[in-house]
Design a protein around this ligand. Structure first.
Ligand SMILES: [Zn+2]
Ligand SMILES: [Zn+2]
Length: 346
């Protein structure tokens, strides 16, 4: 089968590989019917994910059809349409029992697919702990609707929860990239009173204004004023930082009102500074980290009910045989690309 493969830093290639086979009684083999490229794939390509293993098939955002299951897989049958979770988790360790699946202590726990073990930019993928890592797609939900449920939408949904938004709150979201938009949709489910989205790219701001007219989209130079004008208590009631540069890290806590929650889901290229003397007395709560992706079922229910819709993020579609072109487009952010979907060739 064809599999897009991490060869070395800066070098991904489409290779012919054997189809994956079951390695454990809790595995499933999934025929990939739609996959996508994530910014994290580019991080691997650029050599900034040290645990990524050369030779693996990349890709961790995909949906497909179950082809084969191990003897101990209980919740799935061959033929089931499934969303694949970015995270592999055992479901029984201390962290999994608390829902903190990103810290699952299993050797394959956390982000393994397309990083430490073969992922889904291929015709087939082996998914360990299939009962945990796969979620059946409701019958009315298409592959394109479900594509991001296990990764960027899971991240946005989780981030919106961490922010502890109450109905009527003023919320600041920094960053309107793909994960930012998924976070925005999840924040809107909480019925905030006002949402301000800060994004420096004017095309992305225009996308937000067009799709979410109830939201105020501003550039970084206007954000302090925009938040102040819409806040009753000297700042945003909740802040989510999904942009990942020093300027947005600073804006996140500066624009937060005292005693609010600042959620940091962005990935940074370098360490950030928390100037504690400057923020002394603001009594902020910071929450950080990577998604605990174990609520895919809930997310798919929201999609089925029309409350979440990430299909507008898919701006381009390429067959697997042309995935190199898709990467070039995505990496260089040409042609207004937000997300690229990859379809099988046959
Ligand atoms: Zn990802
Ligand atoms: Zn676990």
């Amino acid at each position: 089968m064809l599999a897009y493969t991490y060869i070395a830093k800066g070098d991904f290639q489409l290779r012919e590989k054997p189809r994956p086979t079951l390695q454990s009684s809790r595995d499933a083999i999934v025929r990939v019917t739609l996959s996508s490229i994530c910014t994290s794939d580019l991080h691997i390509k650029h050599g900034s994910v040290p645990r990524a293993v050369p030779g693996i098939t990349v890709g961790h955002e995909m949906v497909g059809v179950v082809e084969e299951i191990g003897a101990d897989v209980a919740s799935l049958r061959p033929g089931d349409r499934v969303a694949v979770n970015v995270e592999t988790f055992c479901g029984s360790c201390f962290f999994c029992r608390h829902g903190w699946v990103n810290n699952c202590t299993d050797p394959d726990g956390g982000w393994a697919l397309g990083c430490r073990i073969d992922g889904g930019q291929a015709e087939y993928v082996r998914v360990p702990y299939a009962d945990q890592g796969l979620t059946k797609i409701p019958s009315g939900v298409t592959d394109r609707q479900a594509l991001f449920a296990g990764d960027i939408l899971a991240t946005g949904y989780w981030a919106a929860d961490l922010a502890e938004v109450q109905p009527g709150d003023t919320v600041l979201l920094l960053g309107a990239g793909p994960t930012g938009i998924c976070t925005l949709q999840s924040l809107l489910l909480k019925e905030p009173g006002a949402v301000i989205v800060c994004e420096k790219d004017s095309q992305r701001r225009a996308f937000v204004e067009r799709r979410y007219p109830q939201v105020t989209a501003v550039g970084p130079e206007e954000v302090r004023e925009a938040v102040a004008a819409r806040s009753r208590h000297g700042g945003a009631d909740a802040v989510v930082e999904a942009a990942g540069v020093p300027e947005t890290f600073r804006l996140a806590w500066e624009c937060a009102r005292p005693n609010s929650v600042v959620v940091v889901v962005a990935l940074y290229d370098e360490a950030q500074v928390l100037p504690l003397p400057e923020m002394y007395g603001k009594n902020l709560t910071f929450k950080t980290g990577g998604v605990d992706g174990c609520r895919c079922g809930e997310i798919l229910e929201h999609i089925a009910a029309g409350r979440l819709d990430t299909t507008p993020l898919i701006t381009h579609t390429y067959p697997l045989s042309r995935i190199q072109d898709a990467y070039d487009l995505f990496e260089q952010r040409r042609d207004g690309v937000i997300k690229v979907a990859i379809t099988p060739d046959r």
